[in-house]
Design a protein around this ligand. Structure first.
Ligand code: ME8
Length: 508
């Protein structure tokens, strides 16, 4: 079985998770599930990024240790993953013992390659971004506060002894990587940004701090802890058993895709491949950066008071409606907005009308007129053949879109098939055939249920719970639910359970 290794970013547990985190987890979970159903041996990693100055300072303000802060909030992130139905294989915490070992091993390999040297850093640092900024990347605002132009976060002057990574030596190799593997960063707009950033020249990177101790100790120099991004990125190796579990590393590395947000593309597409090249490890196959989620177009912020609790959204709309909404509404890779109105529209138009209603109408006709038994189809008409061919071709339309993380386009293709099926159902008028040609009614119902089976198998990754309920009602056995079962047909003669609506219309 081919392996497929997918990861999310690991969140800073300096607060509680927000809808932006939920968005990332839901998408990564849908990609992981799709690959699993498509026959891959999937490993799906997620977790929390617990070191660094931001954690240390937040803990200080709350009068607790960074460890206590991490314990409290990491649990909240894990709870969110579970509430979202995420199928992750490991929830890594960067305070896990094996992660210290992996990070120190990566450091040693970079040092052995001659890429680490001791120097002194002086420059601007943003604690919120955990990032260094050159003077010309900052500006002083109206209140006299110096901020990073790209993120708006306050920066502070930092001067200390530090180890450096020879990033400058990797400029050409990185540019070559982007050129030879255009799929390394997605979507394309991010690749262009990153490539032009690297083309401007790279400075060596400060990779340790000596003025606080909340981090992974630098091997051979315990006065220093690693810069939080060095250990954070290494989580992707820890998660597959690096360095000891060689079989697992050989199987899952390089990662097939790192799912991240656009604000951290530089860390993943510049620093991370350079560290790996230095350590003699392969670079990931792809880094895909999604856009940012806004509340009715406005940036979420604690001070504006429009930060939405993802647990509340699950309670209000139901898990699958939230999952479907986020993945269908927003072009994956671009920024997107959510609002109550938009969620309700997707629920009622796409899920209740186009999908749920079709299932309910066809299944209740089978229940009422055919004793709940899947009919034996008669000879197919051109319309039947055309619709079945469309449904049979759906997997080949969805697969490449999912491989490029265009989940919105994969769903659009599925809903095109549903909309064609609704038109077919109305045009065939099985409720009229019931009296005029019952055998033909049976064929129309069979074709409709068969298309529903195919579409439902393929949308399982996005709406797993509802899809399972519909597959139950279609009498699809548990071992007939992965994509290898797509070419099979519904078994005529199967007795179906009593149908029940899976997507009732949302009413406040
Ligand atoms: O960046 N919309 O952690 P984080 C969509 N620890 N995505 C969003 C978002 C929003 N409004 N806000 C944040 C970190 N994200 C690091 C990662 S990985 C080795 C280390 C995304 O908690 C963000 O882009 O700030 C990132 O992918 C993830 O949430 C975690 O963000």
């Amino acid at each position: 079985m081919s392996a497929f290794y997918i990861t999310t970013a690991i969140a800073y547990p300096n607060g509680t998770p927000h809808i932006g985190h939920a968005y990332e987890y839901i998408a990564a979970d849908a990609f992981a599930r799709f690959k699993r159903l498509d026959g891959y041996d999937v490993r799906f990693l997620t977790g929390t990024d617990e070191h660094g100055l931001k954690m240390q300072q937040t803990a200080q303000k709350e009068g607790i240790t960074p460890r206590e802060l991490a314990d409290r909030n990491a649990a909240g992130f894990k709870r969110l993953q579970d509430a979202l139905g995420s199928s992750y294989d490991r929830f890594i915490r960067t305070t896990d013992a094996d992660h210290y070992e992996a990070s120190q091993e990566l450091w040693r390999r970079m040092a052995d390659a001659g890429d680490i040297y001791l120097g002194s850093y002086s420059g601007w640092y943003s604690v919120r971004d955990e990032a260094y900024f050159a003077e010309d990347e900052t500006e002083v605002d109206a209140e006299g506060v110096r901020r990073a132009v790209s993120t708006g976060a306050e920066v502070t002057w930092t001067e200390e002894e530090s180890y450096f990574f020879r990033l400058s030596a990797y400029q050409d190799r990185l540019l070559k990587l982007y050129e030879e593997h255009p799929g390394f960063i997605g979507p394309d707009v991010r690749r262009n940004e990153i490539a032009s950033f690297v083309a401007q020249g790279l400075k060596d990177l400060s990779i340790s701090r000596a003025t606080f101790d909340w981090g992974v100790p630098v091997p051979g120099d315990e006065r220093h802890v690693m810069y939080v991004w060095v250990d954070a990125l290494t989580n992707y190796l820890t998660g597959i058993g690096f360095p000891h579990d060689e079989a697992s590393v050989a199987k899952y590395w390089p990662a097939d895709v790192h799912i991240i947000g656009k604000d951290i593309a530089r860390f993943h597409a510049v620093y991370w491949p350079a560290f790996l090249m230095s350590a003699g490890l392969d670079v990931p196959t792809r880094v895909h950066a999604h856009g940012f989620l806004f509340n009715k177009g406005a940036k979420m912020s604690k001070s504006v008071g429009n930060v939405v609790d993802p647990f509340e959204l699950v309670d209000e709309y139901g898990l699958d409606t939230l999952r479907f909404f986020l993945l269908r509404e927003i072009s994956y890779g671009q920024d997107g907005s959510y609002s109550h109105e938009a969620i309700v529209t997707r629920r009622n138009a796409d899920l209740a009308n186009e999908y749920g209603n079709l299932a309910q109408r066809s299944l209740s006709m089978v229940a009422k007129n055919l004793g709940g038994i899947v009919p034996e189809p008669g000879a197919y008409t051109a319309e039947d053949e055309e619709l079945l061919a469309l449904a049979d071709g759906l997997v080949d339309r969805m697969r490449p879109e999912m491989d490029r993380q265009n989940v919105h386009l994969a769903l659009e293709a599925a809903w095109q098939v549903l909309s064609r099926t609704n038109r077919y159902f109305s045009a065939q008028e099985p409720w009229v055939l019931r009296k005029t040609d019952p055998a033909r009614m049976g064929t129309v119902l069979y074709v409709t249920l068969e298309v529903l089976r195919i579409v439902t198998l393929l949308v399982q990754p996005v709406i797993p719970g509802s899809a399972a309920a519909i597959l139950d009602q279609l009498g699809v056995p548990g071992d007939g639910r992965d994509f290898s079962a797509l070419p099979e047909r519904l078994a005529a003669g199967t007795r179906l359970p009593a149908p029940a609506p899976v997507f009732p219309k949302y009413e406040a």
